[in-house]
Write a protein that binds this ligand. Structure first.
Ligand SMILES: Nc1ncnc2c1ncn2[C@@H]1O[C@H](COP(=O)(O)OP(=O)(O)O)[C@@H](O)[C@H]1O
Ligand SMILES: [Mg+2]
Length: 297
């Protein structure tokens, strides 16, 4: 599809939480413009302002709507869809789901198969469009540190909600997977928009992580429940030192280097990062530590 051309697709709405999309009905949907493409989906803006994410890896024909035991989903496995089928709107942590549907015609230019699943969501605003802090090292001043810790707090609250309400652990804490649900500087309006890499919580479950990915620790026997605190701290480092300083997969030496700088600035902040980056803490305990730090600041 030409990225700037609008066009319409024929769909079947399978599940709906929004009057505009009638459940179990056929419906023509008008796509206005291309927004972005991730590893699992292609995202477009609709003519009514909503957003559609068409999955590359889930169609009605694929027997894949079941979670495997792997940490990372298989190629035709779609945990996001599994999650959204059980998800309920009406909380302040996760984006509202408007509808789930299937494409019922062939669109050669669209590059997706017939019977591909999609979801419809409200339009959200990227984190860095609201806060213009891309590559601004916030470690330099007290308000920057305060802001960073508050962003980490927000991500932890969202993780806690997902872990307690749905018993899922999220493994992709990049800031572009969290967006503002409206034009707002209030971090309470920051919501989670992407569920591609989630894993059902299993108590004391350990994983060998060898794959290179900058949000994940590398090692054997890593406790699943301690991964969010680690990944959220990597986001904290991104804010403190600038995204460009973290483009490589953070290795132990780089992390030790950042910890040394943090220690020279603020001993309590060091304690926080030392716990999480050494995989010693789960979401709930890390949130308590962060709250105590904010209170003291
Ligand atoms: N509701 C939305 N509003 C605005 N942009 C969105 C929305 N959902 C996704 N996007 C954009 O599309 C990109 C890819 O979407 P995402 O759900 O993260 O897909 P993937 O699972 O493939 O990573 C996001 O990083 C964001 O830029
Ligand atoms: Mg994404």
């Amino acid at each position: 599809m030409n990225k700037n051309n609008s066009f319409s697709i024929k769909t079947l709405i399978v599940k709906s939480n929004n009057k505009y999309y009638k459940e179990k009905s056929h419906r023509k949907i008008n796509i206005k413009e291309y927004i972005d493409e991730g590893s699992y989906g292609i995202v477009y803006r609709l003519d009514n302002g909503d957003v559609i994410k068409i999955f590359k890896n889930a169609t009605l024909n694929s027997p894949s709507l079941k979670e495997t035991n792997y940490l990372i989903p298989c190629i035709n496995e779609n945990r996001e869809l599994i999650f959204y089928f059980q998800y309920k709107n009406g909380n302040k942590y996760i984006i509202n789901l408007y509808a789930i549907g299937i494409i019922v015609d062939i669109y050669i230019d669209l590059n997706v198969e017939m019977n591909s699943y999609f979801i419809i969501l409200p339009y959200c605003i990227p984190f860095y469009n609201i806060y213009n802090f891309w590559n601004v090292p916030l470690i330099e001043n007290k308000s920057g540190i305060h802001f960073t810790v508050n962003v980490m707090k927000r991500l932890l609250q969202i993780s806690k909600y997902l872990e307690t309400k749905y018993e899922y652990v999220y493994l992709d804490f990049k800031l572009n997977n969290f967006m503002f649900s409206k034009e707002s500087y209030d971090l309470e309006d920051l919501v989670m928009i992407d569920f591609s890499i989630i894993k059902k919580k299993v108590k004391n479950k350990r994983f060998d992580i060898t794959k290179h990915y900058y949000l994940w620790p590398k090692g054997n026997n890593i406790i699943l429940e301690n991964i969010p605190a680690y990944s959220i701290s990597i986001n904290g480092l991104e804010l403190l030192f600038g995204h460009n300083k973290l483009l490589d997969f953070p290795n132990i030496h780089q992390i030790q280097h950042f910890l040394k700088i943090i220690k020279s600035k603020n001993e309590d902040l060091y304690t926080i990062f030392n716990n999480s980056l050494n995989l010693k803490i789960n979401t709930d305990n890390f949130l308590k530590l962060i709250n105590a730090f904010i209170k003291k600041m």
